[in-house]
Design a protein around this ligand. Structure first.
Ligand code: GLA
Length: 385
């Protein structure tokens, strides 16, 4: 949606002009999937697909929410912020406001119009973008200084405890802390981070959505978390580790006998994926894109066979990408079970890539994939209108 259209919508819904624009980014993750909640390192980057919040401070005792493409207004009464857990739309905003208030931030009434260009259910973290953008808005209107890492943590808490999804810190961190043209190498056990230029030379990342209907992703995700916790507890009986990410592949080989069935497979994915993150960052730093692509493929196979979070749609989409001569590697990103893939594709070959992969995918699956024009941008932006 163009900015002028969004501002017009704001005015016709709320009867006054928007005064500020706060945004937070959706994200991709280059590599390091399903390891953030195991203390591993992840390597996400913030996107031009974002949650845009057009805003006006009212000082009333209510936060009024409106959304592009959805009729009506959702009202959150500031002294009843605990009451909105069941909302289908507006629960992320209410959760963020609730936990900010709990921290002592004065929540100021405002009108907010959400133009979220991160497709919902795409694995590009629309929920984190909504949470972080809302947190920035409410802090700015309360006139408090905020630390972006603190906002990411508070947003994660809202998602965990208010919306009931037991996610790790990757998405909210990338949404808040992303930097233009860089990926963030984030150690999820310490929150130490490093920006690494996402320099792909003649290549670029193509983001494709398999468009599988969103189905029980949150509950399947929570099951995976329980499985890796079971693995960790078993290993802790013989090894002094705080998280699975502390284990090298060699350490894991020594303790694998303690695990069986899916629990063993899940833990093996985590340990090997952590190892791949290290190798992938090294490869990127020296410009070895072939190696980076190979590691992306390995990551996908592991998410398919060991972690079992892909499904036929994501497997088909990434396999079709891998068949292309100008594609160095492809994998699913995010929680999985649907959502997006990223592929490293030669810039000059992108149009043909999208045409061929798109056609073959629609033939195989029966509906189309979507391909997005993406760029890597800053996480949070704040602007007076
Ligand atoms: C979702 C979660 C993240 C992370 C990924 C998988 O996006 O929100 O915390 O666990 O899945 O890597």
């Amino acid at each position: 949606m163009e900015r002028t259209d969004a501002m017009q919508s704001f005015e016709s819904i709320f009867g006054a002009k928007a005064e500020d624009l706060f945004t937070a980014a959706g994200r991709i993750n280059v590599i390091g999937e399903h390891v953030d909640y195991c203390g591993g390192k992840v390597f996400p980057a913030a996107l031009n697909l974002r949650c845009n919040v057009y805003a006006r401070k009212t000082g009333a005792n209510v936060i009024r929410l409106a959304f592009r493409g959805i009729d009506g207004i959702v009202e959150l009464e500031i002294d009843k912020l605990d009451d909105y857990r069941g909302l289908k739309i507006g629960n992320y905003q209410a959760g963020v406001a609730y936990y900010l208030a709990e921290k002592g931030v004065e929540i100021v009434g405002c009108d907010l119009f959400y133009d979220c260009t991160v497709p919902f259910g795409s694995g590009l973290s629309s929920s984190a973008a909504i949470e972080v953008a809302t947190a920035v808005t409410l802090c700015e209107y309360a006139g408090v200084k905020y630390d972006k890492v603190e906002l990411a943590l508070l947003s994660q808490k809202a998602e965990n405890l208010y919306a009931g999804v037991n996610c790790g810190i990757m998405d909210q961190f990338a949404s808040a802390m992303g930097k233009k043209d860089h990926a963030v190498l984030l150690d999820c056990s310490t929150l130490a981070y490093e920006y690494v230029p996402l320099k792909l030379g003649d290549y670029c990342l193509v983001v494709a959505n398999c468009n599988k209907p969103h189905n029980l992703v949150e509950s399947k995700y929570n099951v995976r978390r329980q499985e890796v916790e079971t693995a960790l507890k078993a290993i802790q009986k013989v090894k002094d580790v705080k998280c699975l990410a502390e284990l090298t592949p060699k350490d894991f080989a020594e303790v694998k006998y303690l695990l069986s069935g899916v629990v063993a497979k899940r833990a093996e994915h985590v340990v090997m994926e952590c190892d791949r993150v290290k190798k992938a960052v090294d490869a990127l730093k020296v410009g070895d894109l072939e190696e980076l692509g190979r590691l992306l493929n390995e990551s996908h196979y592991s998410l398919c066979e060991l972690y079992e979070v892909t499904g036929k749609e994501l497997d088909t989409l990434s396999a079709l990408a891998r068949k292309e001569t100008d594609c160095l590697g492809s994998r699913m990103i995010g929680a999985g079970f649907g959502g997006c893939t990223i592929s490293i594709v030669k810039k000059s070959a992108v149009d043909g890539f999208i045409r061929r992969v798109g056609t073959a995918y629609a033939e195989a699956i029966g509906y189309k994939a979507s391909f997005y024009e993406t760029s890597i941008e800053d996480g949070i932006t704040v602007e007076k209108l």
